[in-house]
Design a binder for this molecule. Structure first.
Ligand code: NAP
Length: 256
């Protein structure tokens, strides 16, 4: 029997086939899960729909996570079509481009709010609606973070602060939802070339830096994040909650 046979997963954050959320979707699909997808706007729908339909997905919905009414509609549809939900993948982040290149000290109030709303609060907004659908099903929620939450990574700036809030939210959500059997974890991925990464100034030098210094002496592949998501969202991770699991070739353990 496949690891996720009979499981239903909602995936938020596929922009294209380089998205981390897509690598996770491929891993889940290969292990028998049924998937639903959301996309953030019409332009993305053109890229997400063919990918989703290609792996047999029948639920493909718009969802800008800053809009409560769109979030509500997604979960109402999942309830109506599926009755319940086993897995939620949150792979969403956004900050203004200037906030990912100017000094952090220059972050505007509006830029700070935007990054926190899209990249951190959205997990809470999704989890609070997913939880009622996950009761009695050993639900699992997984989000994506980056070590710019723990250490200063030049140019990551306000996104590092948002990721710190996201990781703290993982712990508080794990505490709140644990009594219902729902687990909440984060994967802290090493740098990967995606659309979101393209917004970070000098991203290329991050890749070189990691490959030179990480214990494994290389960068990671998105499929390696997919495999870790599979562990966290399947029975293999049944006692793991509130964790931030690094998938970064070991880079985060280095002091010098
Ligand atoms: P990606 O393919 O660009 O995915 C980011 C997704 O967030 C996109 O689908 C994007 O849609 C969506 N999004 C942004 N604003 C949204 C909103 N208001 N409502 C709904 N969706 C919205 O890039 P990715 O690298 O795979 O990013 C996925 C997650 O992994 C992010 O949380 C990122 O911080 C994290 N991560 C990435 C790396 C890396 O090096 N790539 C490393 C560690 C962690 P739009 O394109 O429409 O904005």
């Amino acid at each position: 029997m496949k690891l996720l046979e009979g499981k239903r997963a909602a995936i938020f954050g596929v922009a294209n086939d380089r998205s981390i959320a897509w690598a996770i979707s491929e891993a889940f699909h290969a292990e028998g899960a049924e998937l639903a997808f959301t996309y953030a706007g019409e332009i993305l729908e053109k890229r997400v729909r063919p990918l989703a339909e290609g792996i047999g997905s029948k639920i493909i919905l718009p969802c800008d996570v800053t809009k409560d009414e769109e979030v509500e509609k997604v979960f109402a549809t999942l309830k109506q079509k599926w009755g319940g939900l086993d897995i939620l993948v949150h792979a969403i982040a956004f900050a203004n481009k200037e906030d990912l290149s100017n000094p952090y000290a220059q972050t505007s109030r509006a830029g700070f709010h935007l990054a926190m709303d899209v990249s951190a609060y959205s997990l809470v907004a999704l989890a609070q609606r997913a939880a009622p659908l996950m009761e009695e099903r050993n639900g699992s929620i997984v989000t994506l973070t980056y070590m710019g939450s723990e250490k200063v990574i030049p140019n990551y700036n306000v996104m590092g602060v948002a990721k710190a809030a996201l990781e703290a939210s993982v712990r508080y959500l794990a505490h709140d939802l644990g009594p219902k059997g729902i687990r909440v974890n984060a994967i802290s991925a090493g740098p990967l070339r995606t659309l979101a990464a393209a917004g970070i100034s000098d991203f290329k030098s991050m890749l070189h830096h990691v490959a030179e210094r990480a214990p494994l002496k290389r960068n990671i592949g998105a499929e390696e994040v997919g495999k870790t998501a599979l562990y966290l969202c399947s029975d293999w991770g049944s006692a793991v909650t509130g964790e931030v699991v690094h998938v970064d070739a070991g880079y985060n353990i280095m002091g010098m």
